[in-house]
Design a protein around this ligand. Structure first.
Ligand code: SAM
Ligand code: SF4
Length: 354
């Protein structure tokens, strides 16, 4: 297959073919993605210290281990001090950036709490950390308030760009609306956030054409950062009953690598994360993602004792380790992948402009 290096617009048919590629064709795809990455964003990896600060959630997504309907989950909520300590750890270790992620809650108390945390972290670090929020769908004025209090980035995955598939993955009610998700993404962009989204790959009922449409959705919406990973089943979720429809885990992993590679080719200068779910399938999963186009890693800096209560899927890696272990093993692995960690840099997407 031929690639034209100035050509951003692979058409849908071409993308579907690339996602199905094997052998020489697949090797050629990965090689081209690595070349584009080197040319446009360099062989550099940015760190985002991930703080999974709470697994309280009022939603019931059918795939997610911490959905509100899962009574087996031990719920936790880090104290403000614990969150701030984790942010301080990221700052002291020159991560440049953190992600505050949680289940989804919509309430005045939650809005105020996040607002106050943002102010405290910014004051503590003299604005030295870029802060990404990943706290689900919120009203536009809430997003605006958090932006004004110092959050610069927001991660809200679309999960799938196919509304029909979205409705099979979520309860059929107003709390789980595809249209609201899209509206939220648009509001985030309008406010001025660096808006991030992403999808799960290898979901039951998902086709290769759906995945091609997901990539085109990201391109058409001019998204500046993407986190996508394989869907991984969780025993205590309604979607688990469809596990016989799933591709083997290695195939889902391989498909995710191809998605990353194609995305790098069609959106050359955005930030693409090598997600934890990739590491759940392959111990070197994130490093392999880096070699085919990803340039962001999110080391988990949640205090170790809480990690096993943020189980989105079966077999989540690194739950026994503390932040220092995670950092050391990552440094070695990134070097093996021929990349360098950009310590102390914010790593804003080159694609982002106000
Ligand atoms: N609650 C927020 C939200 O949904 O946007 C942020 C936290 S949520 C746990 C972060 C992401 O985890 C979701 O967007 C979803 O893509 C991913 N996730 C949840 N369950 C998963 C599963 N079983 N396999 C892979 N990814 C999963
Ligand atoms: Fe809650 Fe997010 Fe999980 Fe959905 S994906 S149940 S919103 S934590």
């Amino acid at each position: 297959m031929q690639f034209n290096s100035t050509y951003n617009d692979l058409d849908r048919r071409h993308i579907i073919k690339l996602l199905a590629s094997e052998g020489e064709e697949k090797k050629c795809l990965f090689k081209e993605a690595a070349r584009v990455k080197k040319e446009h964003v360099g062989d550099i990896v940015y760190f985002r210290g991930l703080i999974e600060f709470s697994n309280l959630c009022h939603k019931n997504c059918l795939y997610c281990g911490i959905r509100s309907g899962n009574r087996k989950v031990v719920r936790y909520d880090l104290t403000d001090e614990e969150i701030i300590d984790s942010a301080r750890y990221a700052f002291d270790n020159r991560y440049g950036s953190i992600v505050l992620q949680s289940g989804e809650l919509e309430s005045n108390a939650f809005t105020k709490r996040i607002d106050s945390l943002l102010k405290k972290i910014n004051s503590l670090t003299h604005g030295g950390l870029r802060i990404t929020l990943s706290c689900g769908e919120q009203e536009e004025d809430v997003y605006r308030q958090w932006f004004e209090s110092g959050a610069q980035r927001y991660l809200l995955r679309i999960e799938t760009s196919n509304p029909g598939l979205y409705s099979r993955l979520h309860p059929n009610d107003r709390k789980h609306s595809f249209n609201r998700r899209v509206d939220c993404l648009n509001n985030l962009k309008k406010i001025g956030y660096q808006a991030g989204t992403g999808v799960m790959i290898g979901l039951p009922f998902q086709t290769t054409a759906d995945l091609a449409d997901d990539l085109l959705f990201m391109q058409q919406n001019d998204i500046v950062m993407i986190g996508m990973g394989p869907y991984l089943e969780h025993t205590d979720t309604p979607l688990y009953k469809y596990r016989s429809l799933l591709l083997p885990r290695e195939k889902r992993f391989d498909l995710t690598l191809k998605m990353i590679a194609v995305l790098r080719i069609i959106m050359k200068d955005i930030n693409i994360a090598a997600t934890t779910a990739m590491q759940a399938i392959d111990k070197l999963g994130r490093e392999k993602a880096i070699m085919v186009g990803a340039n962001v890693i999110m080391p988990n800096i949640t205090p170790g004792s809480y990690r096993d209560d943020y189980l989105l899927y079966d077999g989540k890696p690194c739950i026994d380790e503390n932040p220092e272990d995670c950092k050391t093993c990552l440094e070695a692995r990134i070097a093996i992948a021929g990349n360098e960690i950009a310590y102390g840099e914010w790593g804003d997407s080159a694609h982002y402009s106000h």
